[in-house]
Structures are given as C-alpha cells and as structure tokens.
Design a protein around this ligand. Structure first.
Ligand code: IMP
Ligand code: MG
Length: 176
C-alpha cells in the first residue's frame, strides 16, 4: 500500500482558495469572467473558488485533457478528450482553473486552444505549482501554493482515480 504524507491541511487549502478569490475579485471588478475548469482534478478547487468570488461570474465551463492513467509520470502531448465551443470563449474574459501545473503540457495545451478562440483576455489560476518538473514554460497569474517534486493527491487530485475525495492535500509515497 502507498503511504499518504500530509502536505497541505484543510485550513491551509481554504486560506489559499480565499486569497486567490480575492485577487480575482479585485482584478475582475469591472469584468464578468468565464471560468474554465480543466477536468477532472480541478472540480473541487473550482467549486470552492467560485463560492469565494463574491462578484458576478458569466459562465462556468470545463475541458478535459488526457490524464496519466495509473502512471505517476507524464508522457507525451496532452490530448483533448472534451473540448469547449469557440462561442463560449470568443471575446470573453477567460480564467483557466487548474489543480496543479506539473510539466506544463496539459495547461499549455488548454491555453493554446482557448487563445485560438480569441478571448478578450486569458488568465491562468492554479491551486498548486510543481516548478521543478516544468518542461513547457507557463505563466501562472493566480497561484495558490508551490509544492515539492512529489506525487500529490487529495482535494480533487487523484492517483489512478483514488483519493480525490480527501479534503486536504497529501504526498503519495509508493512502496519501493
Ligand atoms: P502537466 O501537464 O504535467 O502539467 O500536468 C497535467 C495534469 O496532470 C495536472 O493538471 C494534474 O491533473 C495531473 N498531475 C500533475 N501532477 C500530479 C500529481 O502530483 N498528482 C496527481 N496528478 C498530477
Ligand atoms: Mg489537471
């Protein structure tokens, strides 16, 4: 069995989410953004983030990109499994909501696709950043917390579909 090592507690997650929501409120005071969650890992974060943004949101949408499956190391290019229609993004102020930016492949794929739909503006909000593993540079406009180069689970983030339900964030130690 793998071991779960506590990394970010439930109150620490809540603090980070609240701070990000305040930053977004401030920057979008005269705009109504469209939030685009990257499935599946961002669902819990997106739900909590929305509840803490006390200014209007125009729309919430989702895209789904290929995941790692049971592997803990990303390989190849991200593939689009569920896309988003151009009309939803065109001339809108779009904020992409990610659970974690690791190699940067899936986030940069999502940003590239959305940019091709000519939004009025495009920003990235990520709960977690694992900068040591970056292969493709990604600018995170709203960042929750930086994590070390360990495999992360909890708060929507899975290992082979498990552990998403945990309210806090853990590092997964695999048996060696
Ligand atoms: P990237 O394309 O390598 O930046 O990461 C793509 C996606 O892989 C992230 O949005 C997560 O959903 C998933 N991922 C990256 N790192 C981890 C991790 O440590 N644990 C679980 N999922 C991860
Ligand atoms: Mg993701």
């Amino acid at each position: 069995m793998e071991k779960l090592v506590p990394l970010i507690s439930e109150p620490q997650v809540a603090d980070a989410v609240k701070r990000l929501a305040q930053e977004i409120e401030r920057d979008y005071a005269d705009r109504t953004p469209v939030l685009v969650g990257v499935l599946k890992g961002s669902f819990m974060f997106l739900a909590d983030l929305m509840r803490q943004i006390h200014t209007p949101i125009r729309n919430v949408e989702f895209m789904r990109l290929s995941s790692y499956g049971a592997a803990t190391v990303s390989s190849g290019e991200a593939k689009v499994l569920v896309g988003i229609s151009e009309a939803i993004v065109h001339q809108q102020d779009v904020i992409v909501v990610e659970d974690i930016v690791d190699t940067g492949r899936s986030t940069s794929t999502a940003l590239k696709i959305l940019q091709s739909y000519s939004p009025a503006s495009l920003a990235l909000c990520a709960l977690l950043d694992k900068p040591d593993r970056r292969q493709i540079p990604v600018t995170i406009d709203y960042l929750g917390l930086t994590v070390p180069d360990r495999f992360i689970v909890g708060y929507g983030i899975d290992f082979d579909e498990r552990y998403r339900e945990l309210p806090a964030i853990y590092a997964l130690d695999e048996p060696s």
